[in-house]
Design a protein around this ligand. Structure first.
Ligand code: AR6
Length: 168
């Protein structure tokens, strides 16, 4: 499907309408991609996040992108991996689904996703990539927006997991 692209690199540099943040439920910043997004966007991002009242796992909330090339940040909260029997897959699916719903509401033509939950939250990369690709494909089959979805892999393992699935 040519509406899906895979790139390696730093999501904060991408010129897309919206980037997705792998946030925590406080929405007040953290490490990993969340930290990188807050640094790149500048302090006004945190000010807006403070007004949002947090976010439940599986949900997604929108802010402006401030100093980022992206116009919006869609903050999604993934599940913390607890072995796989605590509803992690369902919560991860909800994350992608709700982030894509926010993108449609914004009429965003392009969106980029990091590999939600597979860093500090410990979700196995291959399993998470399968969920991400399935949910994005499901959404695109039913919706003209966003026109383009980019998966951003920050390391080789993530890149290879997505490459295998997207070539299949
Ligand atoms: N661009 C793209 N991907 C990145 C970047 C970047 N600049 N930096 C890291 N990654 P993580 P999580 C990758 O830990 O597992 C935060 O503290 C990273 O290599 O950022 O959902 C939050 O506040 C990995 O593949 O997110 C939460 O507390 C992927 O992004 C917690 O971490 C996700 O790793 C969320 O943990």
């Amino acid at each position: 499907m040519d509406r899906i692209t895979l790139v390696r690199g730093d999501i904060t540099t991408l010129q897309v309408d919206a980037i997705v943040n792998a946030a925590n439920s406080s929405l007040l910043g953290g490490g990993g991609v969340d930290g990188a997004i807050h640094v790149a966007a500048g302090p006004d991002l945190l000010k807006e996040c403070r007004l949002l009242g947090g976010c439940e796992p599986g949900e997604a909330k929108v802010t402006s992108g401030y100093r980022l090339p992206a116009r919006w940040v869609i903050h999604a909260v993934g599940p913390i991996w607890r072995g796989g029997r605590a509803g992690e897959e369902e919560t991860l699916r909800d994350c992608y689904r709700h982030a894509l719903m926010r993108a449609v509401e914004l009429r965003a033509a392009s969106i980029a996703f990091p590999s939600i939950s597979t860093g500090l939250y410990g979700y196995p990369v291959e399993r998470a990539a399968r969920v991400a690709v399935q949910e994005v494909r499901r959404h695109l089959a039913e919706s003209p927006l966003p026109e383009q979805v980019t998966f951003v892999a920050f390391d080789d393992e993530t890149y290879e997991a997505y490459r295998g699935l997207l070539e299949a």
